[in-house]
Design a binder for this molecule. Structure first.
Ligand SMILES: [Zn+2]
Length: 397
């Protein structure tokens, strides 16, 4: 009797530790990410009404990681340009990683700089293709087209796509509830900022003023600092060493943005733009976004076998780990299912239902909903502990 209760206690401890370690590794809450598909089918009417009333509807709740150390995220918008190279030199000297929100049309002009940003380990974010407010904010379709266009430019130049987005001019007064909803539905993380270096308030803002703007900003645990590395930003380059030294002296760490960093997003505010959205337009855009996500999954999952990304090291790509174990993987976009063929077994990983099941000749060996199953940059991933759990089942064959 006593032995039995000790055993139950040990099992409970293991279960508890597993759930704690699994939840620490995820950046989206399992339950809410499960609703992603259902939300559009069942509640479309309600969502449309809420968005029409200007209410934000979030598809997923942020559940990333707050860093222990106070952290600065240096971000550079509107590049690349020749000044980007100078900034990269400086960051290299200081051994700091930063984030570059590039314009598609600039990226095409400076492909070598794009490659350098990527190779040196910085994060690349999407800042639309041409930065023209009138087009970008006249309707979401035009905005979305520029995001997709820039995404493919980034992918073709660096071999990796990005889900980080910063909106030209920031979201305040530019974004409405529909824009916030659609961009999230399309799988992007949107970052505004909480420190404006003021380097593009007018042409040629002197470095002393840029430094003062940053130093006068209230200190926060996480500081997302806006700079620009487009043409004519020599003064930004000049200001950087002092700004870096300032934060260093205060004990700040420097990190690039990642999807697990809590995004700063401005309030919606009074709209600068006069947009309308009918139920039909809403349905058309929703449908287009869903189709694109299926297409993206299909094209990238089939072709990319890459190591676990630097920023997501606790998640492992299903394809990579399957192949390492001598299996192979196929992808069926119509059902959202990746299938691993390994050791006389077939493991199906369904991104829509999050169901993972192992089939053998004897029948179903394992069948479990794994809410953390996710697609990141076109790679289906699961926290390593959960992958281990699946592999362990194979030993029973
Ligand atoms: Zn910009």
């Amino acid at each position: 009797m006593r032995r039995k209760s000790i055993l139950i206690f040990i099992v409970m401890c293991c279960l508890f530790m597993f759930s704690v370690s699994a939840s620490a590794d995820i950046f989206t809450e399992g339950d809410s990410s499960l609703d992603l598909h259902c939300a559009c089918e069942i509640n479309d009417e309600t969502i449309f009404d809420r968005l029409s009333n200007g209410e934000r509807v979030d598809l997923e709740q942020w559940a990333g990681i707050i860093p222990e150390q106070p952290t600065v995220y240096l971000t550079f918008d509107d590049g690349p340009s020749p000044w980007t190279e100078k900034i990269l030199d400086l960051l290299q000297q200081e051994e700091i990683l930063a984030t570059f929100f590039v314009l598609g049309q600039q990226a095409e002009k400076y492909p070598e700089t794009m490659k350098r940003i990527h190779e040196e380990g910085h994060q690349i974010g999407n800042h639309t293709y041409d930065h023209q407010y009138e087009a970008l904010y006249s309707n979401f379709t035009l905005y979305y087209d520029q995001i997709k266009q820039t995404e493919s430019v980034i992918l073709s130049l660096t071999g990796e796509s990005t889900t980080l987005v910063r909106s030209p001019g920031g979201t305040h007064t530019n974004f409405d509830a529909f824009y916030f909803y659609f961009i999230q539905k399309a799988g992007y993380q949107l970052f505004d900022w909480n420190v404006d270096s003021g380097d593009s308030k007018r042409i040629g803002v002197p470095s002393s003023e840029i430094i003062a703007n940053v130093k006068n900003s209230p200190l926060k645990h996480e500081m997302n600092v806006l700079f620009h590395d487009s043409g004519g930003h020599e003064e930004t380059v000049k200001a950087l060493p002092d700004i870096i030294a300032y934060f260093r002296a205060l004990g700040y760490d420097f990190q690039p943005l990642t999807p697990s960093v809590k995004p700063i997003q401005f309030s919606i505010g009074k709209q600068k733009w006069h947009r309308t959205m009918t139920k039909e337009q809403f349905a058309t855009i929703s449908e287009k976004i869903e189709q694109d996500r299926i297409k993206d999954k299909e094209s990238t999952i089939d072709h990319s076998i890459e190591a676990v990304s630097r920023t997501m090291d606790t998640f492992q790509p299903i394809r990579l780990v399957s192949e390492e174990r001598g299996g192979y993987v196929t992808w069926d976009a119509s059902t959202g299912t990746a299938t691993t063929y390994i050791d006389q077994a077939k493991i199906e990983w369904n991104i829509e239902t999050k169901l993972v099941q192992i089939e053998t000749e004897q029948g179903t060996l394992f069948r479990e909903v794994m809410p953390d199953l996710t697609i990141e940059n076109g790679r289906m991933k699961l926290p390593s502990q959960q992958i281990q759990l699946v592999w362990q089942q194979l030993k029973r064959i």
